[in-house]
Write a protein that binds this ligand. Structure first.
Ligand code: SF4
Length: 427
């Protein structure tokens, strides 16, 4: 099999992995080297199925010794198998880079023979790139669960970012669908990587230009919709991972049914894209808006509202927190208002030091008044002529398509109950 046949097979096999976006690292080439990496991110374009393509995203091999039921590369699946040698893959990366096709490498792998053997091949690929070709571009490497920590350490010194995929949100799901993996084999390397990253901030590394261990941090990926785990469970786990392992990102991937198995959704089931989208929205609220997972969902509401984003949903369920006065409210409260984002909240806090804000100035500063007007006042005043009706709030907070879906459901089913979030609405 020639190298381009291998490339076809191994890039196709890698497309289910979504754990890559921006590099998060600034790095210039040294004299005689090639490539650089910008912190602003290097994933500029996306393929037809939504995956980013400016990195060469490829597997070292798809010949897997494991048999995860949800995975196209599983041992029992009848697919063409291929493996790169480290030299082949390093050469390909350099050739693509020189032709300006890619800006970096996203290297993952199935488990060839065993985790240590696979990891050694990945290390050798990165070593050739970094030491022989003096490639300084961005490299994201997958840590293979179960690999020896010395090997993880070597891989981490060569890459910019690492990720250990959690894949399934609970030990039960792992037992059922990925019996070769265990929670420990996934969390142990994650903990090790976190500790090594923390060493980057010690004085000797900071001030002596010593090489850094994965300077762009670590991330992980979870498959959504392959198991009965709820949004609430997934979100709680996500929050825990950010806190405990200091992850840069948790990526969610709607399960694409490719395997016939009684434990998995049927092959013609559509991927739960809306659920994936809601998880990203909630993840954003946790990372930038100061929300806790149990504020967004709870034991009694374990799934996202399909019609409305998690922030608006929270606001509608907590109308007793509103309206807030934009001229006096703390920054944290401003962040909770639908239609006010992180940048606008910061602007408000800065500008109001000098003069009182009114609705016109809020609009100029980027506040989406269509949404925010129901939740704010300016020095005690509401928007002039604002009529607050349940219908108006619904329309203002939902996207056009969600409004259609909501009203279609409501009209086509006379017994359809209005969404629970309006029960508490104090309008
Ligand atoms: S170890 Fe990875 S590549 Fe192998 S079957 Fe499991 S998910 Fe697929």
């Amino acid at each position: 099999m020639d190298v381009f046949d291998k490339l076809k097979i191994l890039t196709d096999a890698a497309k289910y992995d979504v754990a890559c976006t921006s590099s998060g690292v600034n790095k210039k080439a040294k004299a005689g080297g090639i490539g650089s990496s910008e912190a602003c991110g290097i994933c500029h374009s996306f393929s037809a199925d939504g995956r980013c393509i400016s990195l060469l995203k490829v597997l070292m091999t798809n010949a897997c010794a494991y048999d995860c039921k949800y995975c196209v590369n599983r041992r029992s699946n009848d697919v063409l198998r291929a493996s790169f040698t480290p030299r082949e893959l390093a050469d390909l990366t350099m050739n693509f880079y020189r032709r300006n096709y890619i800006e970096g490498l996203f290297l993952s792998s199935a488990v060839l023979k065993n985790p240590d053997y696979t990891c050694e091949r990945m290390i050798e690929t990165l070593r050739i790139l970094r030491e022989e070709y003096r490639f300084f571009g961005y490299i994201h490497a997958k840590a293979i669960p179960g690999a020896d920590s010395n090997l993880i350490s070597r891989l981490g010194m060569l890459g910019d970012r690492m990720s250990v995929n959690i894949e399934l949100p609970s030990q039960n799901s792992l037992n059922l669908l990925a019996p070769d993996k265990s929670k420990h084999s996934i969390l142990a390397p994650m903990g090790y990587i976190k500790n090594r990253i923390q060493e980057n901030s010690t004085d000797i590394i900071k001030y002596r230009n010593a090489p850094k261990f994965v300077p762009a941090g670590q991330s992980t990926q979870m498959i959504v919709g392959a198991t009965p785990d709820t949004d609430f469970q997934i979100l709680n786990l996500t929050e825990g991972l950010y806190k405990k392992y200091k992850l840069k990102r948790v990526f969610f991937s709607a399960y694409v049914p490719i395997s016939k198995d009684s434990l998995l959704p049927q092959v013609n089931t559509k991927p739960t894209i809306l659920r994936e989208h809601r998880l990203y929205q909630a993840d954003w609220l946790i990372r930038y808006y100061g929300f806790r997972a149990n504020e967004i969902l709870d034991e009694n509401n374990q799934s996202f509202n399909p019609y409305i984003d998690p922030k608006c949903n929270w606001a509608l369920n907590h109308m007793d927190h509103f309206p807030i006065d934009v001229n006096y409210a703390p920054y944290e409260d401003l962040l909770r208002v639908p239609g006010i984002g992180v940048t606008t909240a910061k602007r408000i806090v800065t500008v109001r030091r000098n003069f009182l804000l009114n609705f016109n100035s809020l609009k100029k500063m980027g506040v989406v008044l269509k949404r925010a007007q129901y939740f704010i006042i300016c020095s005690g005043k509401v928007v002039e002529g604002l009529k607050i009706s349940q219908d108006g709030v619904i329309r203002a907070l939902m996207s056009e398509s969600a409004v259609h879906r909501y009203y279609n459901n409501f009209n086509s089913n006379p017994n359809y109950e209005q969404l629970s979030f309006f029960n508490n609405l104090l309008l």
